[in-house]
Design a protein around this ligand. Structure first.
Ligand SMILES: Cc1cc2nc3c(=O)[nH]c(=O)nc-3n(C[C@H](O)[C@H](O)[C@H](O)COP(=O)(O)OP(=O)(O)OC[C@H]3O[C@@H](n4cnc5c(N)ncnc54)[C@H](O)[C@@H]3O)c2cc1C
Length: 417
């Protein structure tokens, strides 16, 4: 029996330890383009120098010896022959597998903007090479434009601001962090960013990148006609799963490799986990990518267990949770940030400088935002993820729910009051 894992990040690494819990002896081969093990979440800190690449490594130094994994790094998989059970690489290797895990994650998505693919000094922020390239450019550059003000865009803005660049964020939506926050919570961060000399354009679209004759970036043009001088551009407009090498492989794909609750793909003995796959997300009950670190770890563990003959299924696959701390202001959000229609009621509390918001329908919580005082927010995440009724709770207690409120449990494991 030979296990092959493609990808050496959150999902791939967590699969290794799960396999070894059940199978101490058979061979595990890991193949990755990455030459180092590091947390992508910490790339902004690597840009500012707050953390070294070594410090962002999330496994012990002896991981590969301890778990007896042969790691083939700096190597891209180019094809999978599913009949012959062979993985082919960009340096001509052919590696056979009995069980395969695809954990190739995702790459920065570059939207179709005029000259975006042509210009130099244009980077995504997904890999260590992106971060090092940004650091390199930042030495000589003065003005950066970040396209997209989601979490990655905002973190990139803070990092470049820290390095002394004049930073402008351009966001298509009506406020920054549109997937994570509502207008009020985002507005508090917009004010803080402005106070730190970071400019923000919302409700705006970048339509063109202006280049000089050597393809150096000079300006960014917005739909409104505004022209922003820029010598560095960071593209933070989302991600696309790394599935190019599956072009001629008969595996089911829809915005990611489709997997079931056991992380099995449509091909027997081939599993997928992490940002590369699309699975049933618990909050929306839709098959979508779930591109957050904790789910990549969990899905990797489930895949590893099942690859090694175990029988583990995903239970909660909840991707609608976010936490952030920018300029010392903490926020946690779960589920919807706005009521989707009039069947939902919204409850808001401003107290001692904190902002809290709950969205409820038929006694079930569908959304929560806690900004400032985030103590006790975790229970709201659990209530939302598991759709536990809070119907019997008096309205004045809505903002002070604690685990102690759950004094009883039903036979199926759900809580009730
Ligand atoms: C700047 C930034 C900040 C983030 N912050 C957060 C956060 O605060 N919270 C959070 O939950 N998530 C955050 N994320 C997302 C999180 O990093 C991802 O969800 C997580 O890394 C996904 O892990 P993964 O193992 O699925 O894939 P990835 O981490 O993308 O790793 C993919 C692996 O596959 C390898 N690979 C890809 N293609 C091939 C190929 N063809 N052949 C061989 N190897 C290949 C790569 O080398 C790599 O080893 C952030 C991401 C970024 C970029």
């Amino acid at each position: 029996m030979q296990y092959v894992i493609i990808g050496s990040s959150a999902a791939g690494i967590s699969a290794v330890s799960a396999i070894r819990e059940l199978d101490p002896k058979n061979s595990i081969i890991m193949i990755s383009k990455d030459k180092q093990i590091y947390s992508r979440c910490q790339l902004p800190e690597i840009i500012t120098g707050e953390r070294t690449l070594k410090e962002s490594c999330f496994i012990p130094a002896n991981f590969f010896e301890k778990y007896r994994v042969k790691w083939i790094d700096d190597t891209g998989v180019t094809h999978i022959n599913t009949d012959a059970h062979v993985v082919e690489t960009n340096n001509g290797q052919k590696i056979t597998f009995d069980r395969l895990l695809i954990a190739t994650g995702a790459s920065s998505f570059f939207p179709p903007i005029d000259n975006l693919q042509k210009g130099r000094q244009i980077c995504g922020l997904r890999n260590i090479d992106d971060a090092l390239q940004i650091v390199d450019y930042a030495h000589d550059m003065k003005k950066a434009v970040i396209i997209g003000a989601g979490l990655v865009g905002v973190e990139a803005a803070l990092a470049l601001n820290d390095l002394g660049l004049k930073v402008t964020l351009v966001e298509n939506a009506s406020h920054i962090l549109p997937l994570q926050l509502d207008q009020t919570a985002a507005g508090n961060y917009e004010r803080l960013l402005n106070e730190h000399q970071i400019n923000i354009y919302t409700n705006e679209i970048v339509t063109k990148i202006h280049l000089d004759e050597k393809q150096n970036v000079t300006h960014v043009e917005l739909k409104s006609g505004v022209i922003l001088p820029a010598d560095l551009i960071i593209v933070a407009t989302g991600i696309t799963p790394n599935i190019q090498f599956l072009d001629h492989v008969p595996i089911k794909i829809n915005r990611g490799i489709i997997v079931n609750e056991k992380q099995e793909t449509s091909i027997p003995n081939i599993y997928a986990a992490g940002d590369v796959c699309a699975s049933t997300e618990s909050f929306t009950a839709k098959i979508t990518p779930t591109p957050i670190w904790p789910l990549a770890i969990e899905q990797g563990r489930i895949a590893g267990t099942n690859m090694a003959g175990g029988n583990k299924q995903r239970t909660i696959n909840f991707a609608y949770k976010n936490s952030m701390n920018l300029f010392g202001l903490s926020t946690i959000s779960y589920g919807f940030t706005e009521a989707p229609n009039e069947n939902y009621t919204t409850h808001i509390q401003f107290e001692r400088g904190s902002y809290k918001k709950l969205i409820i329908k038929d006694g079930i919580l569908f959304g929560a935002i806690f900004q400032g005082d985030i103590s006790g927010a975790g229970i709201y995440g659990k209530l939302i993820a598991e759709k536990i009724s809070i119907n019997s709770l008096p309205p004045e207690r809505l903002f002070s729910i604690s685990y102690a409120n759950f004094f009883n449990q039903q036979e199926n494991g759900l809580y009730r009051y």
